[in-house]
Design a binder for this molecule. Sequence first.
Ligand SMILES: [Fe+2]
Length: 230
Amino acid sequence: MQTDDYLKPIERGPGITTMMRPLKVLGMTFGRRMVILQNEKGECMIHSPFPIQPGMEDPFASLGPVKRLITPTTFHDTFLQDAIDFYTEADPFVARGMKAPFDRLPTLVHMDTALSGWEKDLTPIQIRGIPLLNEVVFIHKPSQSLLVSDLVFNLGSWQGGYTRMFASLLGFSNTPGPSRLFRSVIKTMDSFKQSLNAILEHPFESIIPSHFDVVETRGPDVIKAIRDRL
Ligand SMILES: [Fe+2]
């Protein structure tokens, strides 16, 4: 893989830094990217958090304290307990429907609450019609980025033979989009497509997903293409 933010923080615009850690799913190298956001007050929020590990650069050495952890899909609980234990000043917020027990998560707190104080920077959009995941995506206005978890897999530079074969099986080897597994759990296609249209009402250029490569430009074209081929 050649992802620029693998094990090191990369600034992608005003108030937004990303870093990827290793993650294998079913033997396939996916990687997991966290997005570190900083607001005008200097407070940080992490989208899809994981703890800093040996060998990683600490992006918070020059940023402010982490106050909120966002788990924007029910499938991104893999590192959540470790993150809760690591970022001791942060409050965790999760997608609706997450069931796993967490020590410091006695009640589910929805994203809308998590965004209080961040309205100037972030617009959340609930992806409807796929209740198993309940993914929430975000428009990060200062960087004109769309933050997604699993809605878009962009294989890009991840050209290893096994990874490419697996991506082909999962249906995202040729063009950025959701995997076949993701598509298989869409319950209400009309609601899902309405959510994609809701995304397209906002200006953005790049798409920053939780796995594989960032879509650097023409992000709306990727969302339109997903909508039109489903
Ligand atoms: Fe994911």
